[in-house]
Design a protein around this ligand. Sequence first.
Ligand SMILES: *Cc1c(COP(=O)(O)O)cnc(C)c1O
Length: 406
Amino acid sequence: MSENNSQGSIVFTKEFTKQESIPEEGIQRALAVLRSGRLHRYNTAEGEISETALLEKEFAAFVGSKYCLACSSCGGSIYLALRSIGVETGDKILTNAYSLAPVPGAIVNAGAEPVLVEITKDYTIDFEDLEKKAKAGSAKFLLLSHMRGHMPDMDAVCDICRRYGISMIEDCAHTMGARWNGRPSGSFGNVACYSTQTYKHMNSGEGGLLTTDEDSIIAKAILYSGSYMLYDRHISRPPNEVFEPYKMIVPNFSMRMDNLRAAILRPQLRDLNRQCDRWNRRYKELENLLKKIDHIYIPERPAQEYFVGSSIQFSLAGVTRDQIMVFLAECKHRGVEIKWFGGSEPNGFTSNFRHWQYIKELPELPVTRRVLDFMCDFRIPLTFSIEDCRIIAEVIRQVAAETLIQ
Ligand SMILES: *Cc1c(COP(=O)(O)O)cnc(C)c1O
């Protein structure tokens, strides 16, 4: 959708924050939960399996993992994952510096210390820096954040982890539905966390899903999430005896999902692969048009990476900060609101490691810093048509031609 402004330039008129509505089946299921009054996941009738328990079983099957736990948010599930995998106060956790604020937040919440690792010009973790820090330090954990859906070479990451005895937690907030070499994102680490927050690939407002194949991790995660000793109502879990050694020593952090959200999510899960394809058709259209524009660099994605193009990132090359600010302001003026990771203040859902000043001895990370200083980003909601993507690319092309000249 577009119109022309008084100068005759095209203006895009749709909202970048407008998601599709919840599928009708989700609405009907939600109404049934509301009518039953049984919103709490453990408030089941005799013999009934709750919506939340069913969602867990279905999601585990979707990603091919043994177990799943539904949580109140992805940030919460990362915290539960860290605790359940054995992170203790003062532990160091390696993590790529390009990530979202809830990721270092979960590390700090667990009493641990983030050790930030550089990224490459293509936005994924830098293996040389990872290996250097794995060798030098005492870190036994890697929290790998697939920020904005960018996956590194997962075989190489697994190899480094194996060689240094490092356990991996995958943050798959933006890779739900994605795969590396045909294998689902989240199936490489010891435990993985997904988000069902409104702007991710399934929408329940807030919510998180934790998956693992390991009996002890899921048992502890279920207890930490606040099972009130009703863990036998889960159907995605190991036998009761696995819980025995932990049940008195694992505190209850109350981070459960409820049946209303699970009811909304189950029909969305069945439709997820189709939705991912719809995102990718929009992404491809934008990518093909944007990469022809001078000063715009879009990383090549490796053939092994099946990503979900629910947002697009690009770097502005050979321009000054002042030019970037003019470019962004003019795009916004024409209805295309682009986010920038290089701003001096944190803004909206962007995140820059320089703003996480609670981290002790915040490192310099010159490469990541330079990459973020020129990185732009916007969402591709499914309420945008392919034609909308063409209009957005045309606005960006025109504005770039006007503002990014040397
Ligand atoms: C959104 C997001 C999270 C956190 O998800 P919430 O459900 O909002 O807690 C974590 N990591 C990344 C990369 C994200 O984009």
